[in-house]
Design a binder for this molecule. Structure first.
Ligand SMILES: *Cc1c(COP(=O)(O)O)cnc(C)c1O
Length: 387
């Protein structure tokens, strides 16, 4: 057994990021400024989107996008139960009603046929999540959205670098929201980005992110700005700092290399686990794509073991292997069970995955030995707890 703990994820930060942060700290310009502008420009250009607004988090991006779209009480927004809570929480905090559509059993992405069943005259938008970095099937989703006049908002928190049929996520005809939390494929410490083709929407998100001040107000203390400013509407405080963008500027050029490393490890897991009947491995969608491999999430077939998934994770930890839980399905969380109860039979695939899923270690700095240690530990835990 390995003698050091292997976490399920850890960011890759080199001297370039560190020196750029130090440069910001020494420059006297710490908060939103030229580095945020540069990061927006470079990220926008990488994903292929005309407009990008950097924010303090993807959660802030979801919140402001819904506000900018004038989503209101009585509106319904369809999303997946297999996501981080903030996707659904922001729908509720924007005053609308979340409607959960079940996932596909293999990819764990939202099932477009299930979305279709949930559409009502009150439905305003649909939020697919590119689960684990694998693109949802966007073509049928877009045609469904056109048919019913719905806005598509991509929760692209896992999908920096993901491609769907040759197009990068961020360049499709929708709004996409990326996360730079430390576990994500690139990080800014905390941070997010809203990418859109709609200039008015980008402008509205920009206003809302910083007190409702006009767009160039961050310059008001610089030589090229004026100290006077106008509040155009009551806004939030969701801006990204230059200290954060300093990290992102040096992460972005490494993203493709990070994805290659992640894919190598994921394919190693796929080979090593191919004949382990107690695991259901993540499935590839049949269309042309680039999977960003944000997560590697097998399902543990608990029926074949004497232990449940949580116990399985605890056993892995005893082998010094960390794991993550992405995700306990939304309707299994306390608030949702209490306030919008949904029977497992209404979301059978998400409910099934929720009890069995775990995230194995997957990050660019992992070595081949690390990955082999994970495989050995998983096989050990299965062998020791077979029914
Ligand atoms: C991480 C994550 C978010 C939230 O991102 P933050 O930047 O932490 O706010 C939203 N949705 C999904 C699917 C995520 O994984």
């Amino acid at each position: 057994m390995r003698d050091t703990f292997l976490p399920f994820s850890t960011p890759t930060i080199d001297d370039a990021e560190i020196n750029e942060v130090v440069d910001s700290l020494k420059s006297g310009w710490i908060t939103t400024g030229p580095k945020v502008k540069r990061f927006e420009e470079e990220f926008r250009s990488y994903v292929g989107s005309p407009f990008a607004v950097a924010l303090s988090s993807a959660t802030a991006g979801l919140h402001l996008t819904l506000l900018a779209l004038k989503i209101q009480e009585g509106d319904e927004i369809i999303t997946t139960p297999m996501t981080f809570a903030s996707t659904v929480s922001m729908i509720i905090l924007a005053g609308a009603t979340p409607v959960l559509a079940d996932i596909e059993p293999g990819t764990l992405n939202i099932d477009v046929n299930e979305v279709r069943k949930k559409i009502t005259p009150r439905t305003k938008a649909v939020i697919p999540v590119h689960f684990a970095g694998q693109a949802c099937d966007m073509d049928p989703l877009f045609s469904l959205a056109r048919e019913h006049n719905l806005t598509v908002i991509e929760d692209a928190a896992h999908a920096a670098g993901t491609e769907y049929k040759g197009k990068r996520i961020g360049s499709l005809d929708s709004i996409s929201i990326f996360s730079f939390h430390p576990n994500k494929n690139i990080t800014t410490g905390e941070g997010g980005m809203v990418c859109t083709r709609d200039e008015d929407l980008a402008e509205e998100v920009s206003l809302l992110k910083f007190h409702g001040m006009s767009r160039e107000a961050w310059k008001r203390f610089s030589a090229s700005g004026t100290p006077n400013y106008d509040i155009m509407l009551p806004g939030y405080k969701y801006n990204m700092m230059d200290i954060q963008a300093a990290i992102g500027i040096h992460q972005l050029p490494k993203l493709d290399g990070f994805i290659d490393k992640r894919r190598t490890i994921a394919e190693f897991y796929n080979r090593e686990f191919a004949d382990v009947v107690e695991l259901a491995l993540p499935a590839y969608a049949p269309y042309e794509q680039r999977h960003a491999w944000h997560l590697y999430t097998p399902l543990v077939r608990v029926e074949q073991l004497t232990i449940d998934r949580d116990h399985f994770m605890a056993e892995l930890k005893k082998h010094n292997i960390g794991s993550g839980l992405h995700y306990k399905a939304i309707h299994h969380h306390a608030w949702y069970r209490e306030n919008m109860p949904i029977a497992d039979t209404d979301l059978p695939n998400a409910s099934y995955a929720s009890e069995r899923i775990l995230s194995l270690p997957l990050f660019p700095k992992m070595t081949e030995e690390d990955a082999a240690d994970v495989v050995a530990a998983v096989k050990d835990v299965i062998a020791a707890n077979r029914r």
